[in-house]
Design a protein around this ligand. Structure first.
Ligand code: COA
Length: 276
């Protein structure tokens, strides 16, 4: 499938997705949103068929993503209220589709992740950032709101950090992004691909169905009282224990061997596709 502003490449079970609009720092307009929404739909299908087990999202050029395209947004003044609502709903749908992908998503962040770019970082399960990268929920500085990204950003950084950072729109460092849970690893730019590769390797060593179930579990348990979650969590582990994959994992441990699912991927190399 061809995309206007994305490149997608498969390396075995790993899909490398690159935002590809570097002249405007990978800012997204309606075309990027359409591309990402279409990609997410077909990636979901392929993930459900276990054709892909991990997604790495990066940005071409020196910046991961400068958020929504300001030129595009400024034109929306001429839209009717209905047209504006339709546009914003499409953007919301894109973030939701990415957030709900049933495989782990690793973000590779260089340069900056601002506004919706920080929102894209928030929908990643694991985020690796260049130590010089700059983050920010900068929308209020433009007189607008981090609205559609708020469910994803709040779930990552919590209410206290959001009250500071959504309200000031201040830019912050990769170190601060790690402190508030938006980023998981901060490394020098030269080590970005290697750090992403270590996470990919770690993910491929885990049971594919177990990883998908763990991701679904987090979404299902989040915000529930332990007592309410209990029937679902007990059912989830019971199902895994008797599954073919669960049995293979448990037996492999006892037999001191590599489980079948990770054996074939143990030599998977880190590719440079998303290198900025
Ligand atoms: N929308 C549209 N165009 C954007 C953009 C955005 N969000 N962010 C950057 N660009 C454009 C610039 O206007 C510039 O265009 P030009 O070459 O025609 O002048 C080009 O991308 C390069 O931007 P520049 O600022 O020169 O690049 P940089 O590498 O020095 O800095 C950023 C990169 C991302 C730090 C900086 O561009 C920036 O702060 N952008 C605004 C981000 C923002 O506030 N996003 C929130 C949107 S809700």
């Amino acid at each position: 499938m061809g995309y206007q502003f994305l490149t997608a490449r498969r390396d075995g079970p790993v899909e490398y997705l690159t935002l590809n609009r570097p002249d405007v720092r990978n800012a997204f307009n309606e075309h990027v949103i359409a591309d990402l929404t279409a990609w997410a739909a077909q990636a979901r299908d392929r993930a459900e068929r276990r054709e892909i087990r991990v997604v790495v999202i990066g940005g071409a050029g020196k910046t991961f993503c400068a958020g929504a395209d300001v030129t595009w947004m400024s034109k929306t003044v001429h839209y009717t209220e209905d047209e504006n609502l339709r546009d914003a709903t499409a953007m919301s749908g894109m973030f939701l589709a990415l957030d709900e992908l049933p495989v782990p998503v690793v973000g590779r962040i260089q340069g900056a992740a601002l506004g919706g770019g920080a929102g894209l970082a928030a929908i990643c399960d694991i985020v690796v950032a260049d130590e010089a990268a700059v983050f920010g929920f900068t929308e209020v500085k433009l007189g607008i709101l981090p609205a559609v990204i708020s469910p994803f950003a709040l779930a990552k950084i919590g209410r206290s950090a959001a009250r500071e950072l959504f309200l000031t729109g201040a830019r912050f460092s990769a170190a601060r992004a790690k402190e508030i849970g938006l980023v998981h690893a901060v490394v020098p730019a030269a080590d970005l691909d290697a750090a992403v590769g270590r996470y990919v390797h770690e993910l491929l060593a885990a049971g594919p169905e177990a990883v998908a179930a763990a991701k679904a579990l987090i979404a299902a348990v989040w915000g529930r009282a332990a007592k309410d979650a209990m029937p679902m969590t007990a059912a989830a582990i019971a199902a895994r224990r008797v599954s073919i994959e669960g049995q293979e994992g448990l037996r492999a441990f006892l037999e001191k061997r590599t489980p079948a699912w990770s054996e074939q991927y143990k030599d998977t190399k880190v590719t440079k596709d998303t290198k900025g």
